[in-house]
Write a protein that binds this ligand. Structure first.
Ligand code: ZN
Length: 285
């Protein structure tokens, strides 16, 4: 009903029975806000999932999508609280997660791992975070703790896992993905270290995870994600040991039992190859 109350005109024609005809003057906003736990929401739709932690002293956002999404993010947050957005934690530098910084950095403290800031500067992105950390940091706001952990290289070399300890929930950024992972080798990604990162996430006490893209995950979903990571690495190892040529890797990696290799007709996984091939080949030397 959001689009109706926001911008639509509700015309009720009363006939034998009441018939409501909704007239809207614009396309509905594609972003929606969904409750995760008491005081925690996420905004899905285009771009990375945004975590929204509401406290009595303000809001902590996790990621902020693209610049064009800033107004809609503010509107979705305003649907669940009157509190101002005080902090933004970027899970990593990619523009669909940190692009909205341009709209928040003048009114909120933006925080990220130091490598995420370096990546943003090297990639000439706007509004890099003013506050960085190395291993772990936390925001304490309104009696609530929001922790950021850097657990090693994975999706990039500057990933943060954001942990809400009182709610037993994590926001994994693109370290967790509803379709398949993308290993960004150009920005320090590593499949091998990613496994250790997933072990680090699983060492946290959580039952719910917000992935970078896709719907909410359970702890079992995260375990399955880790298991498929092991299986995909093993598959590549076996292919390389069998003499696989690099140019054949995108086709040969496809395995019906491994959903990542078939997602989007294999195109999704293909983005990580040939870097993935090179990484596994180098491990065997
Ligand atoms: Zn990403």
């Amino acid at each position: 009903m959001r689009g109706i109350s926001r911008s639509g005109v509700l015309v009720a024609l009363v006939a034998a029975s009441a018939i409501a005809i909704v007239v809207t003057g614009q396309e509905p906003d594609p972003l929606s806000v969904t409750a995760v736990k008491d005081g925690l929401y996420y905004i899905n739709g285009v771009g990375g999932n945004v975590g929204v932690r509401v406290t009595d002293a303000g809001v902590v956002l996790v990621d902020d999508k693209f610049p064009r999404n800033v107004d809609a993010i503010r509107a979705r947050v305003a649907e669940v609280t009157n509190q101002p957005i005080r902090y933004v934690i970027n899970t990593h530098h990619h523009g669909d997660h940190a692009g909205g910084n341009v709209g928040f950095i003048d009114t909120a403290d933006v925080i990220a791992h130091e490598n995420a800031r370096k990546n943003m500067i090297r990639n000439e992105q706007e509004a890099p975070p003013r506050i960085v950390y190395t291993d772990q940091t936390a925001v304490h706001l309104g009696g609530v703790e929001v922790r950021a952990h850097h657990l090693g290289r994975g999706h990039t070399n500057g990933d943060s896992v954001v942990y809400f300890p009182d709610l037993r929930t994590v926001h994994g950024g693109d370290l967790l993905h509803g379709t398949a992972p993308f290993i960004d080798y150009a920005n320090g990604g590593s499949s091998q270290e990613w496994l250790g990162v997933l072990d680090g996430i699983l060492a946290l006490d959580f039952d719910t995870a917000i992935p970078g893209h896709g719907g909410l995950m359970t702890r079992a979903d995260v375990e399955a994600f880790r298991d498929q990571f092991v299986a995909v690495r093993t598959r590549m190892r076996e292919l390389i040991d069998g003499g696989l040529a690099k140019e054949d890797a995108p086709a040969r990696i496809v395995t019906p039992e491994l959903s990542w290799t078939t997602a989007e007709n294999g195109l999704f996984m293909r983005r990580s190859i040939p870097g993935f091939y090179d990484e596994i080949a180098a491990e065997g030397q």
